[in-house]
Design a protein around this ligand. Structure first.
Ligand code: ASP
Length: 432
């Protein structure tokens, strides 16, 4: 069995959905399909999920969502019409959804209906069985997948039958509709691949796989043929947005390979993602901005491991969960997402920590990005030196280098304003 997930751009209109049908019918093993809500048809277009969140906001303001929902309904009716699906089947569902949103079922319910309606409509078009994700997938409050999900789906999928499942949502432990974070249909695809014991999970999108650098920055960036689970997670973590970073976890145990493919160019091989890949060196570069840096100094800090622990606990009390850390003998540097703390919070945190731990100094600096150099066994490759030379040649200053902590990523702290320049410089040096 092959599980296929089609993203928002692949189901954005009737023409795209016809391509989906052709892809599914070209291989009989493709028997389970997970779909997103219709995405943008062009740059100025609106995503159905965004419109549905807007509907919920209307209701929260004490208004009816009727006006905003008209745009949602029009999109589905247009698709149904072009696919020759009887509009009566869809109209009843649309009315029900609009009434429930107006009745205040909340943001998760509203947003989930994009996928629900998309899957329902596609199931009618394909003549495949519609399976409501809320009946099987249980999502914990921390957004992880509840083990009950796999018990619910055990021996559910039968050989020879074909299924359509909406992505992005399930139900909470308390039985309410609950969504994953944005882009979460990738996670649904992984859950279903694991539950069905699929031989392959195909993730269909609008690009030909994962690229060595963001193609928006480097239009002729090369696609990467093979990646490991770890590399994909590291790449997503440093800003590459092809595959949801939480979507690897469900397939790890069974080691199911993932193929990222382009719905508009199905003949291209795309990127294969395996549990492990061989090789040594950097295969991709990406960057993530919006980071701040806490720098702490105290003489002999390295001798006081209890204090390091207490410092970390304290900064977490101020709402800061660091994403990268670097240790020196008398100092520690933590990077964190700037959105986690306002200037006022940072200031009171610094005052409190300085006093309580008798620090020599503590500061928070804004405006950093992290550049990730990703690949198999990067900790055994010297290519990061070429990358650093490229940064020097492009006059990008380097705030920190974290090399050797991971066998998959070398992370370089740089000023936020240089992040695009840094990616271009490193790409030119390593991949041209
Ligand atoms: N439709 C949802 C979103 O826009 C989920 C997804 O597409 O994966 O985030």
């Amino acid at each position: 069995m092959i599980v296929c997930k089609f993203g928002g751009s692949s189901v954005a209109d009737a023409n795209q959905i016809k391509k989906v049908k052709a892809i599914l019918e070209s291989n009989d093993k493709r028997s389970i399909v997970v779909v997103s809500a219709p995405g943008k048809r062009c740059r100025e277009d609106e995503k159905i999920t965004d419109l549905l969140y807007q509907c919920n906001k209307d209701v929260n303001k004490g208004l009816s969502c009727r006006e905003t929902f008209k745009k949602v309904a029009a999109r589905y009716l247009e698709i149904a019409d072009a696919l020759k699906i009887k509009s009566k089947d869809i109209t009843a569902k649309l009315d029900e959804v609009r009434r429930y949103i107006d009745a205040g079922r909340g943001a998760d319910y509203a947003a989930s209906r994009g996928e629900y309606l998309s899957a329902y409509l596609i199931s009618l078009y394909l003549g495949w069985e519609f399976v409501d994700a809320a009946d099987y997938i249980v999502i914990n409050s921390d957004n992880t997948v509840n083990a009950r999900t796999y018990a619910n789906l055990a021996s559910f999928f039968q050989e020879g039958k074909k299924y359509v499942i909406p992505g992005f949502y399930g139900e909470s432990e308390y039985g309410e509709v609950k969504t994953f974070t944005r882009g979460g249909s990738d996670i649904t695809g992984s859950i279903i691949a694991r539950a069905a014991d699929a031989e392959l999970y195909e993730n269909w999108t609008d690009v030909a796989g994962v690229f060595a650098a963001n193609p928006m920055l480097i239009p002729d960036a090369k696609p990467i043929a093979r990646l490991s689970y770890k590399e994909v997670r590291e790449l997503s973590e440093v800003g590459a947005s092809v595959f949801h970073e939480e979507a690897i976890a469900p397939v790890v145990e069974k080691g199911i390979p993932i193929n990222i493919k382009n719905t508009n160019k199905p003949e291209e091989p795309g990127t294969m993602i395996y549990p492990e890949v061989e090789g040594c060196g950097i295969v991709g570069v990406s960057s993530k901005s919006g980071l701040s840096k806490i720098h702490v100094r105290k003489l002999m800090l390295f001798k006081k491991s209890g204090m390091r622990h207490a410092l970390l606990t304290m900064i977490q009390i101020f709402g800061i969960r660091p994403c990268y850390s670097l240790f020196g003998i008398d100092s520690i540097t933590w990077y964190f997402d700037s959105k986690m703390a306002s200037d006022a919070v940072c200031q009171s945190m610094c005052e409190r920590l300085k006093k309580e731990f008798e620090l020599d100094s503590i500061s928070v600096e804004r405006g950093f990005a992290v550049l990730g150099l990703i690949g198999p066994n990067v900790d055994k490759s010297t290519e990061y030196i070429d990358a650093l030379i490229a940064l020097k040649e492009a006059s990008v200053s380097v705030a920190s280098v974290n090399y050797g902590a991971s066998d998959t990523a070398c992370l370089i702290g740089i000023p936020e304003e240089s992040k695009d320049e840094a990616v271009k410089a490193v790409y030119d040096k390593l991949f041209r």
